[in-house]
Design a protein around this ligand. Structure first.
Ligand code: CNA
Length: 239
């Protein structure tokens, strides 16, 4: 309980908070992460998950890609949890300036967050690889095994696949928010996917808070380290 009180005090006193998060933010919404003991990387498939979610695999095995992607990355029934709604409430109060996420599930926006920087894209945006026509998630789900555009081109999720680069404007924007933040809350991320994870090194503010179930490479830099469920932590806060 002592840690929650410390976190509450920091949040109460901060006016420029930035959140940097990952898949662990959504596990309480029943979306598995990659690296936990019950995460996606533990499941058995013909190829490793990183291969099946790569740019080259999409190019050469579209049907297998979509089968894996839809069955493992899309959870249409998932709803935001206390972490998502707490962060949205902090933004509404003017305390939180940005949510920077590696997640692609859109749950921060569903909870009401406005300034969400999606480093790895979103399952909710899909574009034709030929004419750049836009398609929502429903179109993809209704047009399997491989969704095609009306022009005949293949529709691709606006998700950063392994082997693809991140959007430079989103990266620059994220870097700006982190380097100007007074308080950085890092949560639900193994901090092992680059270049996204390296962004947290640009923080030069006062309070570095880390909320994660397992240890990470940043643990020793954290002013406040909470090894717990981020959903539970936000549920206990008064926002
Ligand atoms: P990861 O490498 O799977 O790490 C997740 C981390 O969260 C682990 O260290 C866990 O210990 C921790 N964790 C899990 N549940 C909780 C919880 N309830 N409270 C606190 N900590 C928890 O995931 P990262 O995000 O670090 O890796 C980046 C990948 C994962 C990105 O490319 C994402 O696109 C990708 N991903 C996203 C989603 C999603 O959008 N919801 C789901 C699965 C994977």
């Amino acid at each position: 309980m002592e840690n929650i009180e410390k976190l509450q005090k920091i949040i109460d006193e901060s006016r420029n908070i930035v959140f940097f998060g990952g898949a662990g933010v959504s596990t309480a919404s029943n979306i598995p992460d990659f690296r936990s003991s019950d995460g996606l990387f533990q499941r058995k498939y013909p190829y490793p998950a990183e291969t099946m979610l790569s740019k080259d695999f999409f190019k050469g095995h579209k049907e297998e890609f979509y089968d894996f992607y839809v069955n493992n990355m899309i959870y249409p029934d998932a709803r935001p949890n206390y972490a998502h709604s707490g962060l949205a409430a902090l933004e509404k109060k003017g305390k939180l300036k940005a949510v920077i996420t590696q997640n692609i599930d859109g749950l921060h926006q569903e909870a009401g967050s406005i300034n969400v920087l999606e480093l790895h894209g979103s399952i909710h945006r899909n574009y034709c690889t030929k004419c750049r026509g836009f398609y929502p998630l429903d179109y993809v789900l209704e047009n399997l095994p491989v969704p095609l555009c009306t022009c005949g081109g293949v529709v691709k999720p606006d998700v950063v696949l392994y082997g693809e680069g991140l959007d430079t404007d989103t990266l620059d924007n994220a870097l700006k928010y982190i380097s100007e933040a007074h308080t950085l809350i890092i949560g639900g991320t193994s901090l092992s996917v680059y270049p996204a994870a390296s962004l947290v090194n640009y923080f030069k503010g006062t309070n570095l808070i880390l909320i994660n179930k397992e240890s990470t490479a940043m643990d020793r830099n954290a002013g406040l380290l909470i090894n717990d469920d981020i959903d539970k932590v936000f549920k206990a806060l008064k926002i």
